[in-house]
Design a protein around this ligand. Structure first.
Ligand code: CP
Ligand code: NVA
Length: 305
């Protein structure tokens, strides 16, 4: 029987698959601008299940499925039986009978793992509390476009050890990247994920000093201090993270040609200054655009697998 491929976290991809995906995404982006209209999802439908808010992920998946010739079916958890406690495993088996893939944004990683266990179609992680692989893949695509390579660069992560940080760590492990993280004590990324990636041979360091982590970095990433679901902690976190703001003074310590990534939405003058976000080193709009192209390449890959 054919093995169903999922993207529950970055670690579902082998190094060669990841690199091929980035190149394919660039190819699709260029092809689309020149009028190419491949339709690998013709006669296929993709369910988009969202249990948290979204602008970029929802729109880029809906448009991406349509551009590939398929039909996106958006399901807000609040309006579905998920909000009335229908078990994940039942939802998985029912949706598998209607559509060809499930894209889901949810809370615990255990939810998406259970969905994948019971689904007979590919499941794609559109963000969980622990991982955001579609975003980090799009970020790597943006780096590839800018520098012409993703390997042999110094990456830096500033702020919360959240879902984005975990996905960056996994990416570093797979690709053997050099990644320096600075996170406040008590807000570190998942220790098991970090340990596994370090054992893979990646040069990953974790400290609490942003000035140290950013030194000589080519790619600097940050994210909100309070993620979705942590709204109650927002005020307390502002005080803890105050020294981690990516502003012009901090960015000056990075490499001269450094670029800045932020998955958005951004909180100006909290985790990133207005000047850095809108400045010449920021690639955030290109990064957001690339969600569309990268996810098209991803769906093509998983549905053809
Ligand atoms: N970056 C990202 O995932 O944005 P949305 O929450 O708008 O989807
Ligand atoms: N870490 C953020 C990312 C938003 C795209 C969150 O989970 O809310």
């Amino acid at each position: 029987m054919k093995k169903i491929r999922h993207l529950l976290s970055m670690s579902d991809l082998a190094k060669n698959e990841l690199l091929t995906l980035l190149n394919r995404a660039c190819q699709l982006k260029e092809g689309w601008s020149k009028g190419a209209r491949p339709r690998p999802l013709a006669d296929k439908s993709v369910a988009l299940v969202f249990e948290k808010p979204s602008t970029r992920t929802r729109v880029s998946f809906e448009v991406g499925v349509a551009q590939l010739g398929g039909k996106p079916v958006f399901i807000s958890a609040a309006d579905s039986q998920l909000s009335r406690s229908e078990p994940t495993r039942d939802t998985a088996r029912v949706l598998s009978r209607y559509v060809d893939a499930i894209v889901i944004r949810t809370f615990g990683q255990n939810i998406i793992e259970e969905l994948a266990r019971f689904a007979t179609i590919p499941v794609i992680n559109a963000l969980t509390d622990s991982h955001h692989p579609c975003q980090v893949l799009s970020d790597l695509m943006t780096v590839l476009e800018h520098f012409g390579r993703v390997q042999g660069l110094n990456y830096c992560w500033l702020g919360d050890g959240n879902n984005m940080a975990n996905s960056w760590i996994e990416a570093a492990g797979i690709l053997g990247l050099s990644l320096a993280l600075a996170c406040p004590k008590g807000y570190e990324p998942d220790a098991a994920i970090l340990d596994a990636a370090q054992k893979n041979g990646a040069r990953i360091t974790l400290g609490a000093n942003p000035q140290e982590a950013i030194k000589g970095a080519d790619v600097v990433s940050t994210d909100v201090w309070a993620s979705m679901g942590q709204e109650d902690e927002a005020a307390g976190r502002k005080a803890v993270f105050a020294g981690y703001r990516l502003d012009e003074t901090l960015l000056a310590k990075a490499a001269e040609q450094a670029v800045v990534l932020h998955c958005l939405p951004a909180h100006r003058d909290e985790e990133i200054s207005e000047g850095v976000l809108e400045g010449p080193q920021s690639l955030v709009w290109q990064e957001a655009e690339n969600r569309l192209h990268l996810q098209k390449a991803l769906m093509e890959f998983l549905l053809e697998a």
